[in-house]
Design a protein around this ligand. Structure first.
Ligand code: HEC
Length: 175
């Protein structure tokens, strides 16, 4: 008898608990999703140690009007090598475009000069508005001074977008 009097109150409490639990569950799911979406650093990290990675190719751009003029050597980390072989670059792929001055010595040979800049592409889902790639340019020899930041669409992606069928990558690997 005593219990039956209290039941409506219990029902009310249980109902309230259900709302609270549903709310907490939804908040947790929403928060986890936002964490997943922002788990990667939005800022492209400096590619530490890239000179020890796989060399893809080298070229010299002679036209001084092109910002990347001079020597460029392209390097890929292990994950990016999978992309060069299979055409689709996995999360964590990093490709570096290392730009150096081209100088001519007294014998007329073309040699590497000072580093002009370092361009980087990083594959991560947080950059889905630019094909899944984060773009950045480090000035000169600096690991800190950035030239692109939030203007990657204008400065980099608009041109790389023409290579959509190759996962936005221009270069290819030769044996
Ligand atoms: C006008 C077109 C154009 C723009 C703008 C451009 N790139 Fe590229 N990028 C290229 C081409 C072409 C290559 C391939 C060069 C080669 O094969 O020697 C390349 C190569 C690269 C590579 C090596 C991977 C690949 O795609 O072959 C990286 C990394 C890269 N660019 C980063 C950048 C960054 C960062 C920016 C912005 C600061 C940028 N690029 C802007 C045309 C462009």
């Amino acid at each position: 008898m005593y219990l039956s009097i209290d039941i409506p109150i219990f029902r009310g409490i249980i109902k309230l608990m259900k709302y609270v639990l549903t709310f907490v569950l939804l908040m947790t799911l929403g928060y986890s999703y936002s964490l997943y979406k922002t788990s990667a650093p939005k800022e492209v990290p400096y590619p530490e140690g890239f000179r020890y990675w796989t060399h893809i190719k080298t070229a010299i751009i002679k036209n001084k009007k092109i910002p990347q003029h001079g020597f460029h050597h392209i390097y890929a980390n292990t994950l990016a090598m999978k992309g060069y072989k299979e055409g689709k670059f996995p999360e964590g792929s990093v490709i570096v475009f290392d730009v150096l001055q081209d100088t001519t010595n007294s014998r007329g040979d073309v040699e590497e000069g000072m580093r002009r800049l370092t361009d980087v592409m990083v594959k991560n889902h947080s950059y889905d508005s630019t094909g899944g790639w984060g773009f950045e340019e480090f000035k000169g020899d600096s690991k800190l001074e950035r030239a692109v930041m939030s203007s990657s669409v204008k400065k980099c992606f608009n041109c790389h977008a023409t290579k959509k069928d190759n996962d936005f990558v221009f270069s290819t690997f030769r044996n």
